[in-house]
Design a protein around this ligand. Structure first.
Ligand SMILES: Cc1ncc(COP(=O)(O)O)c(C=O)c1O
Length: 419
C-alpha cells in the first residue's frame, strides 16, 4: 500500500484539546450534557433540544413521537434522492416510506409533485437540507398545515446553516441534526432533536426516557475510534483508512438495526467546543465554495447561491461517463472527489418492491451524475486548481488566474494543511 497525500471528502476537525474534553466527559456525569444542550437551544433559538446516539436514532425517535400523536397515519414522505439512513429509520419505526421526486437543480422536493404526493395516510413530510442547501420549508409548511401533516426537517448535513434569519432544522414542526463523521460538527456519532412544539416535546420525552445509556465499554470503543479518526483524517495519513475496504468509509447503507440510545457524557465532552468548531469550519467551507465558484462551471452546482453554507460542494457532471472519468482521475490524485448516494431510494433492494411501476427520473439523474468536491480546511490552493482542471479541462488557464486574483482579496483561506 502506498502512502500518499489524499484528501478525505469531508473533515470536521477535532484537536487534542477536544479529545481531552471527551476524556473528562467520562467522569462528568450529566454536567457536560446539560451545558451543551443549553448552549444549543440558545444558538438555534429553539425551546427544546435533546442529544441522541445518531441522526437516524433522532429521526426514529421523532417519527415514533409523531405517530403517537396521529396514530391513524403511517406514511412518511421523503425525497427520492436522500441518505439511505432516512428510509432505514422510517422502516425501523414501523412506518411506510413514500417518495416524491426531486428538482435536480436544488435537490429539494419537486414543488409541483409534492402536493400531489401527500395522501390522507401521510404522517409527515421530511424535507432535506442536503449539503446544507436550504429546502423551501415555509412553502412545504403551507402545503402541509391544512392537511394536518407534520413537517420534519432533515438538517443532518446543515447544522449552523440558515434560511433568512432562521436556522435550518428549526423552521418545521421538528428537526434533527447528525454529529456523525463528516458532518458540520462531529463527535464520531450522535444526533440532535429540536422542536418548538410542547406537544411534540412531550411525545419525544416519552420516547427518550426509557432509552439506555451506552455502557462504559461502548463509550471507550467510540472514544478510541474518534481519536484514531481525528489523526487519520489528515491528508498525509488518509490514504491508509481509505484503502481498507472493511472500514466502508463513505458508504451509505440501508440498515434498520442501528442502536437507539441516549447520548453519553463522553460524547457530550467531545462536543464541549462545538460552537467554535462549527463556526470555524463554516467560515472555511464558505470561502472554499466561493473559490470553487470562480473556478468551475457554477451553473452545475445545485442550489447555487452565495448564501448557501455547503458541507461539500455538489456538482452535476455532464454524463454518467464523465462522472466515472472524473472519479478515476481524482482517485489517482487523492483529490477527495466522491459520489453521494449510489441510487435513488426506490432502487434500494429491500424496499424496491413498494415502488414497482413508479419512476423518479430526477433522482435517477442526480444519482448518475452528481459528484461532491471537498471544502474542508485541508484543501489547499493546488488541490482546488487540480480539481478545477479536472472538471473544466478546456479552459484551465483562464479559470486559474481568476482564482488567483480572487484569492488575493480573500485572506484567511487555508493554504496550509491544518490551517
Ligand atoms: C441527509 C441525512 N439524513 C440522515 C442522516 C443520518 O445521520 P447519522 O449518520 O448520524 O445516523 C445522514 C447521515 O449521513 C444524512 O446525511
Amino acid at each position: 500500500m502506498r502512502i500518499r497525500r489524499t484528501l478525505s471528502p469531508a473533515a470536521a476537525a477535532l484537536c487534542p484539546a477536544d479529545l481531552w474534553k471527551g476524556f473528562e466527559g467520562f467522569f462528568a456525569g450529566e454536567r457536560y450534557l446539560k451545558k451543551v444542550e443549553e448552549e444549543l437551544r440558545e444558538y438555534l433559538g429553539v425551546r427544546y433540544a435533546w442529544f441522541t446516539s445518531s441522526g437516524k436514532a433522532a429521526l426514529y425517535i421523532i417519527l415514533r413521537a409523531l405517530r403517537s400523536l396521529k396514530a391513524d397515519r403511517s406514511e412518511v414522505l421523503i425525497p427520492a434522492y436522500t441518505c439511505f439512513s432516512v428510509p432505514s429509520a422510517i422502516v425501523r419505526a414501523g412506518l411506510e416510506v413514500a417518495l416524491c421526486d426531486i428538482d435536480a437543480a436544488s435537490l429539494d422536493f419537486d414543488s409541483v409533485l409534492l402536493p400531489k404526493s401527500i395522501t390522507e395516510k401521510t404522517l409527515c413530510v421530511v424535507p432535506s437540507h442536503l449539503f446544507g442547501i436550504p429546502s423551501a420549508v415555509e412553502s412545504i409548511m403551507d402545503i402541509c398545515r391544512d392537511r394536518g401533516v407534520f413537517v420534519l426537517e432533515d438538517a443532518a448535513q446543515a447544522m449552523g446553516a440558515r434560511r433568512g434569519a432562521k436556522m435550518l432544522g428549526t423552521i418545521g414542526d421538528a428537526g434533527f441534526y447528525s454529529l456523525g463523521r463528516g458532518k458540520p460538527v462531529t463527535c464520531g456519532s450522535g444526533g440532535i432533536i429540536v422542536t418548538n412544539s410542547d406537544a411534540i416535546a412531550r411525545a419525544v420525552d416519552r420516547e427518550l426516557s426509557p432509552l439506555p445509556l451506552p455502557g462504559k465499554a461502548r463509550q471507550a470503543r467510540e472514544y478510541i475510534k474518534v481519536a484514531v479518526m481525528s489523526l487519520f483524517i489528515r491528508p498525509r495519513l488518509y490514504s491508509l483508512p481509505a484503502a481498507l475496504p472493511f472500514l466502508h468509509l463513505g458508504r451509505t447503507v440501508f440498515d434498520t438495526r442501528f442502536p437507539v440510545m441516549r447520548f453519553s457524557s463522553m460524547q457530550a465532552g467531545l462536543c464541549m467546543t462545538w460552537r467554535r468548531r462549527l463556526e470555524a469550519a463554516m467560515s472555511v467551507r464558505r470561502r472554499q465554495a466561493e473559490m470553487f465558484r470562480l473556478a468551475i462551471d457554477a451553473v452545475r452546482i445545485p442550489g447555487n447561491t452565495s448564501s448557501a453554507t455547503y458541507l461539500r460542494l455538489p456538482y452535476m457532471t455532464e454524463s454518467r461517463e464523465c462522472r466515472l472519468r472524473i472519479f478515476s482521475s481524482a482517485k489517482k490524485k487523492g483529490l477527495g472527489i466522491t459520489g453521494m448516494y449510489p441510487s435513488p431510494i426506490n432502487e434500494i433492494p429491500r424496499i424496491a418492491h413498494r415502488f414497482a411501476g413508479s419512476a423518479f427520473p430526477a433522482a435517477r439523474l442526480v444519482a448518475d451524475r452528481l459528484i461532491t468536491l471537498p471544502l474542508h480546511q485541508y484543501v489547499r490552493d493546488g488541490d482546488r486548481d487540480e480539481i478545477a482542471r479536472l472538471l473544466a479541462p478546456a479552459r484551465p488557464g483562464e479559470t486559474l488566474s481568476q482564482i488567483r486574483r480572487a484569492e488575493r482579496t480573500m485572506p484567511g483561506i487555508a493554504g496550509r494543511e491544518g490551517a
